[in-house]
Design a protein around this ligand. Sequence first.
Ligand code: F6P
Length: 471
Amino acid sequence: MRQSSLVVVANRLPVDDTVAPDGACEWRRSPGGLVSALHPILHHTPATWVGWAGGTGPAPSLPDVDGVRMHTVALTAEDVREHYEGFANATLWPLYHDAVEQPVYHRRWWESYQRVNQRFAEAAAEIAEPGAVVWVQDYHLQLVPGMLRELRPDLLIGFFLHVPFPPPELFMQLPRRAELLLGMLGADLVGFQRAQAAHNFAQLCAKVLNVPATDRRIAVEDRVVRIGAFPVSIDMAEMEQLARSPEVVARARQFRADLGEPQHMILSVDRMDYTKGIEHRLKAYSELLADGHVKVRDSVMVQVVVPSRERVEQYQVLRDRVEHKVGRINGEFGRVGEPAIHYLNQPFDRAGLAALYRAADIMVVTPLRDGMNLVAKEYVAARVDNTGALVLSEFAGAAAELTQAYLVNPHDLDGLKLTLMHAKEASPGDVTARMGAMREYLRAHDIQAWARSYLTALDHTGSLAARLTAD
Ligand code: F6P
């Protein structure tokens, strides 16, 4: 087995299995989320990505993706049910997102979570060369840093949490809270999206484990674990280039024509997830239609919802509720050939998304809680002419950086309606000044900058970070 000096460990491999025009199965780099966040970094150094290819059964052997070796971890149907859909997405996910849905606790799920984490740790231990950097990602794998340290104390281990880390009042609910904290503390550096999350983690370590902890350092046995905030970003250059391409410009124009050349095209793009505030947003929009502040002919709303975690019960219930609401709104306010809301429940390719971003005058991103929200950043990246208004929830990690957005508390329906109207009626000068400032910020804080800052902090010698950015 060939070993690597950089190993990324994430629940998913950065590939999707697609069907080519001739019917053959093809693996393609997947867009969006964590995958697009890490892709440009891995491009620069010989690396291996350890992850799950989706599906169950034996691990497929995959070709390299842009020079990155793919190492597949197989999950059985039971692992998927109990580790991925269960402990990760029905226990940790709702708990970490302010318990906006009730977290579910099952002891069997915990057993499975441990087993699967051990499998990932063993795969990484096998592949990492002596002294390698291993970067473990996200809430599915919180035990991996501790397990890996047991197996390979020579490694430099990083852990980054892409989702929020909750305040002690919520985290204390977890039956296996001490083990989860100790698992993360197996890393040399634990990174979060926001400083508040690092603070929550330090408080919990002090309280649950009774160890000395500040918002920067935590002492465990004979080691010091560093913690900090490293807000993740997007590949700004890639999105700008896509948004400028003639194909995307033409598709954006076509979208607007298909929508009847409205004065205001309002767009939302979310995974189908109860954390995204889709229902709150639909309610606010329907009230604006009912009040007469928004008229169907002048304004159209396009709500793209990308299917997600479809076998988890809370997600199925949410889909029914959203579709019921969209149906009611269109039934009440739509006209023949003019729905109030254009609702699309389907995945979109990158060019399609870029065209939607380019077409939309107002982008509404109003999650109830979100680790970062890369859609908000992608919209800014796609607005190459500095136009477009971003309405952004205060509860998205992105709000700490995109401070010139029209910020809103999505729980406050009147506030949400007012902010939508404010964005809709803003002067072109205001819109351009805000968008220009956010674009400038993102140019300096793109995905490369994120990786550089995290890896520089992880690797004191700085040699790894230097290699990663030398093209
Ligand atoms: O935000 C956390 C995250 O795991 C992202 O990395 C990912 O894009 C998204 O949620 C959906 O993840 P999945 O389809 O693996 O559940």
